[in-house]
Write a protein that binds this ligand. Structure first.
Ligand SMILES: Cc1cc2nc3c(=O)[nH]c(=O)nc-3n(C[C@H](O)[C@H](O)[C@H](O)COP(=O)(O)OP(=O)(O)OC[C@H]3O[C@@H](n4cnc5c(N)ncnc54)[C@H](O)[C@@H]3O)c2cc1C
Length: 286
């Protein structure tokens, strides 16, 4: 039987990190999923003046302070992307590529994806469109795949897919140097629409069209409904009460994913409330 954590925290931005430190202070065995950047929204901020105690700092300075804090408390981020969370009754099953984890309570702190879906993306989801390249790559052995990458992590996934697919196109949605295998063709163009009949067969870009069997759309986060099937939403955000409880027992949410304002300190505050209520939930089950 795999280990069952007390709390699984999904997301390593201010909401998830604040949840993690509070879970640790309350002596709970927590796992936090995310990435070593913590949050791209943190590293990108040019100037922050509204985080109490840190006047006139850059996002990367605040990131460093967060990193020092979690390191001092011996909190390690599990650098993996959670693909789905299933409520199993008295525990949660957390799916990460080919692995799965278990926890008694969960805190969703995945942030907010601002880019709109591409036309056809939702229609063809599961019929050629996917959000997890490493999970679904074997389906495209010997086929043509297009990866639309919103961040540098997507490059690794594209490289993995290129080992199986006959051809991989990479559409970067950011500007940088790309660490891609030589066989991958980079297309710097704007995706407009995904087309097909029963299955995907084409990606229409602003300046050209690509015939493709699959399209992976790789963003920082997927929509919460996709991540946790059955989760009640309200105007595009996870519905929570003032204890950060969601519609699923034992599942809490914090940060941008619960609604506006989108701010660091609101996210950190909600992460704390979510963790403390997750602790109360666990204690009530004893
Ligand atoms: C350029 C810029 C400047 C800003 N300036 C300010 C400012 O001055 N003041 C202010 O208060 N706010 C500012 N903000 C807003 C602030 O960045 C957000 O409100 C805050 O980062 C939200 O925190 P969060 O923890 O909810 O989510 P995020 O910071 O978005 O963190 C979520 C993290 O979880 C990870 N994640 C998502 N899904 C998964 C998954 N399935 N598995 C594993 N990991 C996952 C993501 O990759 C990300 O690292 C700014 C934002 C931007 C973009």
């Amino acid at each position: 039987m795999s280990k069952r954590y007390d709390i699984a925290i999904i997301g390593s931005g201010p909401a998830g990190l604040s949840a993690a430190i509070n879970a640790k202070i309350r002596n709970k065995d927590a796992i936090i999923f995310g990435n070593k950047e913590l949050s791209y929204k943190l590293s990108k901020a040019p100037k922050i003046n509204n985080y109490l105690g840190f006047f006139d700092i850059t996002g990367s300075q605040l990131k460093k302070a967060f990193k020092n804090h979690i390191e001092a408390m011996d909190i390690n981020i599990t650098e993996e992307k959670v693909n789905a969370v299933y409520a199993m009754g008295d525990y949660f099953a957390i799916m990460v590529n080919e692995k799965s984890y278990e926890s008694k309570a969960i805190v969703i702190a995945t942030g907010m994806e601002h880019s709109k879906p591409i036309r056809g993306e939702e229609e063809f989801l599961g019929r050629g469109v996917g959000y997890c390249a490493t999970c679904d790559a074997p389906l495209y052995k010997g086929k043509v795949v297009t990866v639309i990458g919103y961040n540098k992590e997507a490059e690794e996934d594209a490289n993995f897919v290129s080992e199986l697919a006959s051809k991989v196109y990479y559409i970067p949605m950011y500007r940088d140097k790309y660490g891609l295998n030589k066989s991958i063709e980079v297309v710097e163009d704007k995706p407009m629409e995904i087309l097909g009949e029963n299955l995907v067969n084409k990606l229409v870009l602003k300046n050209k069209e690509i015939n493709t069997d699959g399209v992976f759309v790789l963003k920082d986060s997927v929509s919460p409904e996709q991540l946790v099937p059955g989760l009640e939403m309200e105007e595009g955000h996870i519905k929570v009460d003032k204890n950060m409880k969601t519609s699923i027992e034992g599942c809490f949410a914090a940060g941008d994913c619960t609604g506006k304002p989108y701010q660091y300190i609101k996210s950190a505050g909600e992460g704390q409330v979510a963790a403390l209520n997750a602790v109360s939930y666990l204690n009530s089950k004893k």
